[in-house]
Design a protein around this ligand. Structure first.
Ligand SMILES: [Zn+2]
Length: 309
């Protein structure tokens, strides 16, 4: 079976990079539709953009999708992670501008709303991508790989000079609502020293201490400090799930990222789809359905987001 959301949910906020106000409505969709973005403000050109790795264009510090008419949507990774992590494979994400609102810098608000309205079951078999061979990509000093496994596992390692982050490593099996309980509330982060450079490039114009963890050497400037000691690596795993969802269906395999970001994960998906030796598309067995992200969550609605801090 597949899932969509039981009814539409709405969000409003600013875009992290554009600084523009954005209204976003996530609508239910039918089986085998997948996830598509809809630019409601685009009346002249094709306003639909499929959430696919094929449509990813290079943009630093976020994932941006563009269609053949040049209509784009930026910073899709957190809402993509929320949908994938809750087990929603079919939805239309409508926006009135070019960037998804950042809200508080993580996926928690998206997840809360999805669990509040609940999911609708679609009686059509769920497909998944089973990884058959280990593939690896190196991009600058980042490394990413996908390897065969029984379920989706995400493993991540980061290494920062600042002691407040330092070396962090975490590995999680994404079954049993692990994304919702362990990763969804971990926020994006940056160094105070990098903000001037980002602004000069037209990036992070909507960023502030309430929608990102900003740290200066070993001090967290954002009010309230960290939600987890290893919040940074958890956020990198959240981003990875959102970017992997651009495969168009759940992946059954083990993802490993070392110092990786959006571009490395995109290169990995491009390599994955370059040869059918690397994967096969399967109809999920009942056991495989139970191992997908979102399995084990209460889908009836009015669900409560339970996070372990
Ligand atoms: Zn992120």
């Amino acid at each position: 079976m597949q899932f969509t959301i039981a009814s539409k949910v709405a969000f409003e906020g600013v875009g992290l990079h554009s600084g523009k106000r954005a209204k976003m409505v996530v609508h239910p969709a039918e089986a085998n539709f997948g996830i598509w973005f809809l630019r409601g403000d685009e009346k002249q050109r094709n306003s639909l953009i499929r959430a696919s790795y094929i449509n990813v264009v290079d943009k630093p510090l976020c994932t941006r999708l563009i269609n053949e008419d040049g209509v784009s949507v930026s910073t899709v990774e957190h809402v993509m992670a929320a949908l994938a992590g809750c087990g929603v494979q079919n939805a239309i994400v409508e926006l009135d501008t070019e960037e998804v609102p950042i809200l508080d810098g993580c996926a928690e608000n998206f997840v809360k709303e999805i669990l509040r309205v609940g999911l609708k079951t679609l009686e059509v078999k769920q497909l998944a991508l089973e990884i058959l061979e280990t593939i690896e990509v190196k991009h600058n000093d980042a490394e990413v790989s996908l390897a065969p496994s029984e379920s989706l596992e995400i493993e991540f390692e980061i290494d920062f000079d600042e002691k407040i982050i330092g070396k962090q490593f975490k590995s999680l099996n994404m079954a049993n609502g692990a994304f919702v309980h362990e990763l969804a509330s971990s926020r994006t982060f940056c160094r105070q020293a990098d903000i001037t450079e980002m602004h000069s490039k037209g990036l992070a114009l909507g960023g502030n201490y309430d929608n990102a963890i900003v740290f200066d050497k070993d001090v967290v400037l954002s009010p309230g400090g960290l939600r987890y000691r290893d919040e940074a690596v958890r956020h990198k795993m959240l981003d990875a799930l959102g970017d992997l969802a651009l495969a168009g269906m759940p992946i059954i395999g083990r993802f490993r990222g070392i110092r990786a970001g959006h571009q490395a994960t995109h290169k990995l998906l491009t390599k994955l789809f370059s040869s059918s030796n690397y994967y096969r598309i399967i109809e999920c067995s009942p056991a495989q359905l139970e191992s997908l992200p979102g399995a084990g969550l209460d889908k009836a609605g009015s669900g409560v987001l339970r996070v372990s801090h």
